[in-house]
Write a protein that binds this ligand. Sequence first.
Ligand SMILES: [Zn+2]
Length: 406
Amino acid sequence: MLIYEYKLHGSKAQYAAIDEAIRIVQFIRNKCLRLWMDSRGTNKNDLQCYCSVLAKEVPFAARLNSQARQAAADRAWVAISRFYDHCKQQKPGKKGYPRFQHDNRSVEYKQTGWKMEPDGKHITFTDGCTIGRLRLVGNKKQKIAAFPTKQIKRVRLIKRADGYFCQFAVRTERCIEHVPTGKHVGIDMGLSAFLTDSDGNTVENPRHLRKAAKRLKMLHRRLSRKQKKSANRKKARKQLAKAYLKVQRQREDFARKTASTLISSHDLIAYENLKIANLLRNRKLAKSISDTSWGRFLSWLNYYGVMHGIAVIAVEPAFTSQDCSACGTRVKKSLSVRTHMCSGCGLVLDRDHNAAINILARVYRTGGQSETGGQPQNAWGEATSTVLSAVARPQATSWSQEPPVL
Ligand SMILES: [Zn+2]
């Protein structure tokens, strides 16, 4: 699936109609959730059937296209099945019992309820929500109209701080001819550099969030000074939301470009399979980690890997920064020690460079399968806390993953 995104231009009344559709989606999702809570054993199919019941009982729900209603019910099911999965796997900690939503920002149509105009620059929504005809504004190079309508599987309308957007999910066999380079590489993602590869190259950290932090802080302060429910407060909140959106887009852009560059210049990429959600729970590190946006980078890396048909392999993180990449001696070091100095063979190497070599070597040795020896340690060689022990769980090689959704 490829995702194309456009900004939407329409009238105020049309935007209000989109808001209404978004509210209906939330209403249906929450109603489905309520049904599941109230009657045990409700399954996905029951939720689908409940959609048409709702449409008959509640006049405003009927205005939304029937497939979009089903997509709303699917969302409820996604939340429910995630909860079931967590219970089944006996995931430690909270299981994520589904919650009612009140901040929904999008509505998803499937293959009905909308049509592309022949000019390829407009889309018309044809259901009872009266959204009507909207202009698509976007990069001239992306031509959604070039795809047969059949291949457009989903159309999603999204409300953001700076306007309304339309995403198209297109099923296509897009493949890029990969020019073989014969180069294999291991990458270590760290805090000092965004990543270091096994050849010793580094990509520096763009600390968008840090740079923008000053401005965000100022905007936060401005917001807190405004009177509750005043028009000025609303304005200040909007400014703040826009500032956050900007940071988010810069981060996405960086993640995508870094991944694309790396993929097009290598035939195999190995990375450490860090469980980012777990790391984020370590509060000391949280800010710099979320700042560096590893998660977005990894999903783009896998996405481009599939597109180029090259292997992107996750290896287990145990001891990659401790072991010597030349002789295998385990040299214990704390996070603050930035250089690997081997007591066995005398090798002196940058800590992250040494780790990246180990990561690549692990692929050849184990094919990316887990290799647990001794106590689990985190990526920086610190003694592990309980949260980090989850990292040691084996994970199969990831040749393919879902495409990233912007
Ligand atoms: Zn050594």
